[in-house]
Write a protein of this length. Structure first.
Length: 150
């Protein structure tokens, strides 16, 4: 009886350590004793590839007053290899857009001030879509700002 209990205990300990060693490499804290052998090359390569694509940076949520003009900063980053870059801004019915809604861009890293005024209280949306072409391939990315008007 003691021998089978010992075998089960040893088998459980080995199984647990094997499971911990093969866990997902995306954990930020490492794996305790296995942290020194932790390899994040795949994750780092994936993050470096993001720099090769156009990107729109926009807050996720804005709390504003009804009838008052508000502005949100939109970061735009487009690598030089992209052409025919355009930005389209659309909104819910109860949001008046005060800044440009459709315009062409060259390959840029710039900021765009999104100005708007909500006409009614509630939750509204503003959507920004960036379209571009790279070596004949179409690229598109969309970001949405949730506007809480009160």
């Amino acid at each position: 009886m003691k021998k089978s209990l010992l075998v089960c205990t040893v088998f459980s300990a080995l199984s647990a350590s094997a499971f911990m060693a093969s866990a997902c490499q995306m954990h930020g804290n490492g794996f305790g004793a296995f942290a020194a052998y932790h390899n994040n090359n795949r994750y780092e390569a994936m993050m470096n590839q993001r720099e090769n694509y156009p990107n729109v940076t926009l807050a996720r949520r804005a709390v504003v007053k009804v009838g008052t003009q508000s502005t949100q900063n939109v970061g735009i980053s487009v690598p030089l290899s992209y052409c025919n870059v355009s930005l389209t801004v659309s909104s819910s019915d109860d949001i008046e857009l005060l800044s440009a809604q459709d315009f062409k861009l060259s390959a840029v890293s710039d900021n765009y001030d999104l100005a708007f005024t909500p006409s009614r209280p509630g939750t509204h949306e503003i959507t920004i879509t960036l379209n571009a072409i790279n070596e004949g391939a179409v690229f598109s990315t969309t970001r949405t700002l949730i506007v809480e008007a009160g």
